[in-house]
Ligand binder design. Structure first.
Ligand code: F0G
Length: 462
């Protein structure tokens, strides 16, 4: 008999590790004190006091040897550096957009875009605005409108593209507000605040069509464009044989521009960009870039950051990487589902979102159940997640409080950082916390800033 090749079901980490970083174990008694010192706000913990840090997948990934070699070979010239041109070429190749404006991260691109195009009383529709996007829209006194499909607001409903925009609602909004008051339509891929859920190519096309019909620019919030491409490949039949790169190119081809945080699918620790086709808008945006970021050929990034992004954007589109990436997130999701824990389903790309409303029905929304669960996960096992609920979204522009639609705890998976045994441990911690969920108590806010309060608010257990 001839030897046959193994057809393994195991999806192994598609890399080997050549540089390691120790993580620190603490006791529960220590963590109780540390959390209290941090005003019961995990954002205020020291990272060294966290065992497994799932606060964000933003800027927390491990870079590859190819990225590090780019970094060593960077050109740090103030103007016209080679590193900029490599960065620009990569972004233009993948997105097809003519103008590429580097920024130090995603929210800087948002600031430049919205400051340039939005005015008081304008409306900016999105499937779901991420918190910084919403904050920048509101900072310009415009209204940030979330028009995700209904399924996208129901954690338990299974739908392959829960990040899709509700096209009818989009049309209705344009009728009601008038296209002259809508300076841009945004689409966040994948939809982070809605559970890391993808947007279908079909939906991208529909949004693009509506935008064109009404003469409104259409921009993609592209932070996790590569993960979104993988979901399109695996869930939208016509795309099964296309590469993630081909899919990404097609997706961008329907838009007029994008904002990007390279800290996600740019596989970099810092960086971002604004890319767009319109010459006169690009000119205005570049002027503001000089004012707030830096000269337009570095815009807030070092040459070596731009090198890391130029390489990272392609690595994020690698099929072997994406298969492992999406599978390893689903692996955690599957374990929690098996244990009877409600999570946003299907499992998203970069994170697992636990439904804290379901797990803690005894804690009212304005006593912040998802915040309570986040803190419990730290106390029980040294894990840091993030609340996406009423602390993050409850404060209204007029200063009042309104319960958020969903109360979620996001466990975001840094790229290429943790191994399967870390994930096994994580699942154990969540399940052990779930088994004691009746003991969890609500929180109240002691002091909070007026914008993005979750970053620095101090709370106290009730
Ligand atoms: N848009 C989306 C969809 C995001 O997820 C983020 C950041 C941004 C814009 C802003 O990018 O951080 O580079 O300024 N999300 C991070 C997170 C912070 O944890 O999800 P940035």
């Amino acid at each position: 008999m001839e030897l046959s090749e193994i057809k393994s079901e195991t999806i192994i980490e598609p890399f080997r590790i050549r540089s390691v970083e120790p993580i620190r174990f603490t006791t529960m008694t220590e963590r109780k004190q540390l959390l209290k010192n941090a005003g019961y706000n995990p954002f205020l913990l020291k990272a060294k006091d966290v065992l497994i840090d799932l606060l964000t997948d933003s800027g927390t990934g491990a870079m590859s040897s190819a990225q590090w070699s780019g970094i060593i070979a960077s050109d740090e010239s103030y103007a016209g550096s080679e590193s900029f041109y490599r960065f620009e070429t990569a972004v233009q190749d993948i997105t097809g957009f003519k103008h590429v404006i580097p920024t130090h991260q995603g929210r800087a691109a948002e600031n430049i875009l919205f400051t340039t195009i939005a005015k008081k009383a304008d409306v900016i529709p999105n499937n779901t605005h991420f918190d910084t996007t919403r904050a920048h829209v509101e900072h310009n006194e415009a209204e940030a409108l979330d028009l995700v499909i209904d399924e996208g607001r129901e954690p338990q409903t299974i739908h392959p593209f829960k990040g899709n925009m509700n096209i009818e609602k989009l049309e209705k909004t344009i009728q009601e507000k008038g296209s002259e008051n809508i300076p841009v339509i945004m689409l966040t891929t994948t939809n982070n605040s809605g559970g890391g859920q993808p947007v279908s190519m079909e939906n991208v096309k529909q949004v693009s069509k509506v935008a064109k019909k009404h003469g409104i620019p259409f921009f993609i919030d592209a932070c996790r464009f590569a993960e979104n491409s993988w979901f399109i490949k695996t869930r939208e039949k016509e795309y099964a044989d296309k590469t993630p790169l081909e899919i990404a190119k097609e997706m961008f081809s329907y838009a007029d521009g994008c904002t990007m945080s390279a800290k996600k699918d740019g596989m970099s620790n810092i960086g971002g960009f604004l890319a767009l086709n319109d010459d006169s808008l690009a000119k205005k945006c570049r002027s503001l870039t000089i004012l707030t970021e830096g000269f337009p050929t570095y815009g807030g990034m070092a040459g070596y950051d731009m090198e890391a992004v130029a390489v990272g954007l392609y690595e994020a589109l690698d099929e072997g990487y994406l298969r492992y990436r999406i599978r390893s997130t689903a692996y955690l999701g599957d374990k929690l589902i098996e244990a009877g824990i409600s999570i946003v389903r299907p499992t998203g790309g970069h994170a697992v979102y636990i439904d804290a409303k379901k797990m803690l029905p005894h804690i009212p929304a304005l006593q912040y159940p998802a915040w309570s669960l986040t803190n419990a996960l730290y106390l029980v096992g040294g894990i840091r997640g993030v609340e996406i609920g009423s602390v993050m979204f409850g404060l209204q522009p007029d200063g009042s409080e309104k319960a958020s639609n969903m109360e979620l705890v996001r466990l975001a998976i840094p790229r290429r950082v943790y191994t399967q045994s870390h994930v096994d441990y994580l699942a154990e911690v969540v399940i052990h916390t779930y088994e004691q969920s009746e003991q969890l108590k609500g929180y109240k806010i002691i002091s909070d800033p007026s914008v993005l309060r979750h970053f620095s608010a101090e709370l106290a257990p009730l």
